[in-house]
Design a protein. Structure first.
Length: 146
């Protein structure tokens, strides 16, 4: 199945051939810093199963790896080894519809932030219930984003 995705501003787009619903959470400190999250959800795909419609920007995040991103909006798009990598990790949140993916494992478990592992017990608020944000969207563009 082919799935599409890209950055927040739409400048960088991709199509990936996906054969599995598996995804994983990386808890390493480098991924946390690269994405600003408590962990990073990735989908691992073969390099030859990924087609960039517009080439992303890349930065060397360590001596062994580099990461695709959009320099216009800042969206982190993945992780790849510099040498010998047959696969690339694509950020789950950059897919247009990431709902099919299921987490199957944790990576870099030594760096897990325990307080962020299970948040199901926390109170939940829908975006459209935040009057301040809704008002800003309506005033600026006339609708709340999808």
């Amino acid at each position: 199945m082919e799935m599409t995705g890209g950055c927040q501003c739409g400048r960088v787009r991709y199509t990936a051939r996906i054969e599995s619903d598996e995804a994983y959470l990386c808890h390493c400190k480098m991924c946390r810093r690269a994405t600003g999250g408590a962990s990073t959800a990735f989908v691992n795909v073969p390099v030859d199963a990924l087609r960039w419609e517009a080439e992303p920007d890349w930065y060397r995040s360590s001596p062994i790896a580099h990461r695709p991103f959009c320099a216009t909006c800042g969206t982190p798009l993945g992780f790849a080894f510099l040498e010998g990598g047959e696969n690339i990790d694509i950020t789950l949140g950059s897919f247009d519809d990431p709902s099919r993916f299921r987490p199957t494992r944790n990576y870099a478990s030594e760096s897990i932030l325990p307080a962020w592992q299970d948040t199901a017990h926390l109170p939940a608020t829908r975006s459209d219930e935040n009057a301040s944000v809704t008002e800003r969207w309506m005033k600026t563009v006339g609708k709340v984003p999808d």
